[in-house]
Design a protein around this ligand. Structure first.
Ligand SMILES: [Zn+2]
Length: 82
């Protein structure tokens, strides 16, 4: 039994939704300052982008990386520095 590529993105999105809910609860319970929350969520998004990429999907558009047409595909290894 093999998982179709279409099936895989649903799995990834389920993981993403569950993870997002956890992060939301964590951030909601924490006493972090807003700028800390932003940094925390940014780091989590980078992790999610890396997770999607590992399975061959673009985190931004949820397409297979070869079909991704994002102008600036999310790349966790490239950090936006000022
Ligand atoms: Zn994309």
């Amino acid at each position: 039994m093999s998982t179709s590529p279409q099936g895989k993105i649903f799995e990834l999105l389920q993981v993403y939704n569950r993870s997002r809910e956890n992060i939301r609860l964590l951030v909601g319970m924490s006493s972090m300052a807003d700028y800390e929350k932003v940094g925390f969520i940014d780091a989590w998004q980078e992790e999610m982008a890396a997770y999607f990429e590992r399975y061959g999907y673009c985190f931004a558009c949820n397409r297979l990386l070869d079909r991704c047409s994002c102008e600036e595909p999310l790349n966790p290894s490239v950090r936006h520095t000022a």
